[in-house]
Design a protein around this ligand. Sequence first.
Ligand SMILES: Cc1ncc(COP(=O)(O)O)c(C=O)c1O
Length: 372
Amino acid sequence: MTLAPIRPELRGKSPYGAPQLDVPVRLNTNESPYPPGPELVADITASVTKAVLDLNRYPDRDAVELRTALAAYLSESTGVTRTFEQVWAANGSNEVLQQLMQAYAGPGRTVLGFEPTYSMHRTIAESTGSRYISGPRRPDFTLDPDAAVAVIREEQPDVVFLCTPNNPTGLSLDPETVLAVHDAFGGLLVLDEAYIEFSHEESLLSLLENRPRLVVSRTMSKAFGFAGARVGYLTADSRVIDALQLVRLPYHLSTVTQAIAGAALRHRKGLLQHVEDTKKERDRLIAEMRFLELTVVESDANFVLFQVPDAPGVWRRLLDAGVLIRDVGVAGHLRVTTGTPAENDQFLRALRELGGSSTARNDRAGLPSLEA
Ligand SMILES: Cc1ncc(COP(=O)(O)O)c(C=O)c1O
């Protein structure tokens, strides 16, 4: 029996996906380590109970209530007023990005990113038939605005992805670099701010004014601890959102999803308190790892990228110690997501013990072998 021929460009590819393993400490997918608290759980339950009474009907196709609540959150957290007409929501920011590719990229069009960055930018671009190319970064993973502008001028892409803070490095972009990139071409600039709530830097939402070619994408998966609910969104000129209406599937956001996202937004104050806890823990992780003489990339996100000589080997040995982190495919580096204080302690303990050292804080015997 022969299989139907798959699209040639998909042949030989592997699906995206971090391992989902049942281990005591899971620090590999940049989720929040904090499950919803009792008040939010009660609101979600009540919201679902109400929503199910209408499940014989299709959801609000335009998700106006949810988009209005997201616009209110953006306006209040950044001081930049947004209305629901300037906000669009879908099942995770991955779906938002896919809709952007469907509307602005696709066959015969070029998408440019700067790797290492969120690998789904390439995957979604290619799966929609677009050509994806990567521009350069400096060896320390920062973006050189002149080099970025040069490659954009040469390639004239239809869509450019920037990510701030960038996954997997955690590094932020300054507004000048974003503007230089924006002004270097005539297509759509997608600024992925999935981790912005964890940043020392401000959101770049203020750049949206009078720039209808700029889109800022966001997610509830990280700061809102809502990865399982699948809610992502973007804000842009309302005409970009009109364009997305042409490619979105009708009723793409279920009634239940819209209801529970609304509940989470009502509880944002409490949820965002966890962001503060995570930021402190992230900074502690960086300090402790540097104390262990590891080279660590500065991070504005809820994860940390650090250097090791043998990334697959160290990843395996940490897993054997019950700690799952991420080998993101950047040679000589691993990425660890910030967990609860107890989880971070377990990770740090496992790191120290890798080289056979004791757990004493000032005993670095284990680390020279890591750095070897
Ligand atoms: C930079 C970046 N953008 C977007 C996403 C997608 O998030 P979601 O689809 O859960 O909203 C992720 C997830 O890890 C990410 O790291």
